[in-house]
Design a protein around this ligand. Structure first.
Ligand code: HEM
Length: 461
């Protein structure tokens, strides 16, 4: 999956207020008083997917609030590339409250540009190459979790490998080995509780002394403590390896002063949290695919064999594993970790011929876009070959942007694809997977999409 290069932002000129711009149609199915909120809570994926039948841009009523939804690939591209929209809206505000206000994922304007300049070098192609040995070691350790016939709970294992790779590559140091374990335990609980707090913002109720709520508080506190420990320990070691943490510790703000402690802390959180949940969820879907489509797993194993022979697959082999890469992309198309994205209009503007008022919240769903029958033939089939060059040329622009595009594009697109392809090749060339009784691979909607509870046994190839 080649990530599209960021385009230079066009100069910010407010769109002229054209009298002929109309108000987008109201989506059907709203309930008086509640609007579309209950549908969004009850069946968010089904609800977002059918919005395309109501128009290219539609209005939703969430209680008293109007939210705009965009339903075509072209308009999601326009939204992501247009500087009239920035990160904002209820999704981000609830995240800020828990994870911090000064991280790159929630900042806007000059602060965001400065922060991207600081973190971007850690994701450059030549640096990712240096992470190769760590990714190989982690992918092999992950594959070694299975023993013939034994059942593995894929949720905790996928989180563990995702956190370990992000933490060991980006925040280097031996100490990361045991901290990565603690981080993965804390993050699993935090993400579970965070989604609930985002969709049901019941403020004071979450402070009640109930065990699950306290468990969430402890995990969140542990996450922040861990990040502080990592930063303190690096400082007191006096070492400055060439990594993301050193870049953050030496970063300067626009006045040339070192960034403050809170910003360093929030930046580490803002990189580790999206970096682990997204990868962990995607690994779970890939494992689910390998179990459900054994013929695809066989093809991956055959490709690995033809490229690397009998030695273990390594980081440098990844770019030659085109079918394996297509399996990863197709899993990400049908089961995207990031299923909803939001923006806020900074000024009154135009989208798809409709007027969007200043301050409006806009949502779109990569899940709905990537399963749209207007963009994909046999849209629900798992068909990695649709990504062969001769077939993929017919897929509309922006119909497959799991890492988004524009100035908020995921900095980790190449890093993510490299590790996902390596992990897929490593496990599929070693094992044949099967779900066991008690496994539930239906989609669990949270901050990301992942299977509810994936339990797999493996037989050696
Ligand atoms: C942003 C997807 C892995 C760090 C994003 C965005 C998407 C995304 C769609 C843009 C959000 C928006 O437009 O509002 C993914 C997927 C991943 C993945 C699908 C893996 C399958 C990672 C990893 C890291 C990471 C491994 C770090 C180690 C970030 C950060 C941002 C971001 C820091 C915020 C960028 C900004 O706002 O400027 N990601 N991501 N992501 N991602 Fe990823």
């Amino acid at each position: 999956l080649s990530a599209a290069p960021d385009r230079a932002a066009p100069p910010r000129t407010p769109a002229p207020r054209a009298p002929e711009l109309s108000v987008p149609p109201l989506a059907g199915g709203g309930v008086p008083g509640l609007g579309h909120g209950w549908k969004l809570v009850r069946d968010p994926l089904g609800f977002l997917a059918q919005l395309r039948d109501h128009g290219d841009v539609v209005r939703l009523k969430l209680g008293p609030k109007t939210v705009y939804a965009v339903t075509t690939p072209a308009l999601t591209g326009a939204l992501a590339l247009d500087p009239d929209y920035e990160i904002g809206g209820p999704l981000w505000e609830s995240l800020e409250g828990l994870l911090g206000k000064k991280g790159v994922a929630t900042a806007n304007g000059p602060q965001h540009r400065r922060q991207r300049r600081t973190i971007q070098p850690a994701f450059r192609a030549d640096i990712i190459h240096e992470y190769g040995p760590i990714m190989e070691e982690e992918a092999r350790a992950f594959a070694a979790r299975w023993e013939p016939g034994a059942t593995v709970d894929c949720t905790s294992e996928s989180f563990r490998v995702a956190v370990r790779i992000a933490a060991r590559c980006l925040l280097r140091g031996k100490f990361m080995d045991e901290r990565a374990e603690r981080l993965s335990v804390a993050l699993t609980t935090v993400f579970r509780g965070m989604y609930r707090r985002m969709v049901i913002p019941a403020g004071p109720l979450y402070r009640l002394p109930l065990p699950p709520l306290r468990k969430f508080d402890h995990a969140l506190a542990d996450l922040h403590d861990l990040v502080d420990e990592i930063i303190d320990e690096r400082r007191s070691s006096g070492q400055k390896p060439d990594d993301l943490l050193t870049a953050l510790l030496e970063a300067k703000d626009d006045n040339g002063d070192l960034i403050d402690e809170q910003e360093i802390h929030d930046q580490v959180v803002a990189i580790l949290t999206p970096g682990s949940e997204t990868i962990a969820s995607t690994i779970m879907w890939i494992l689910q695919v390998l179990a459900e489509h054994p013929e695809q797993a066989d093809k991956v194993a055959a490709e690995v064999k033809s490229v690397v022979g009998d030695r273990p697959v390594g980081f440098d082999d990844v770019r030659k594993l085109s079918h394996t890469n297509n399996v990863v992309v197709e899993a990400m198309r049908l089961c995207p970790a990031v299923w909803i994205l939001t923006r806020r209009a900074v000024t009154e503007t135009e989208l798809g011929g409709y007027r969007i008022p200043a301050g409006a919240d806009i949502v779109y769903s990569p899940y709905a876009i990537q399963r749209d029958p207007r963009s994909y033939r046999q849209h629900l089939d798992f068909d990695p070959e649709r990504w062969l060059p001769e077939r993929s040329k017919d897929i509309p622009k922006y119909a497959m942007r799991p890492f988004s595009l524009g100035n908020r594009k995921c900095p980790s697109d190449h890093f993510s694809m490299a590790q996902l392809t390596l992990i897929t090749a490593t496990v599929a060339s070693r094992w044949r997977y099967e779900q066991v009784s008690g496994s539930n691979d239906t989609t669990r909607v949270g901050i990301t999409l992942r299977p509810h509870k994936l339990l797999l046994t493996a037989r050696p190839r």
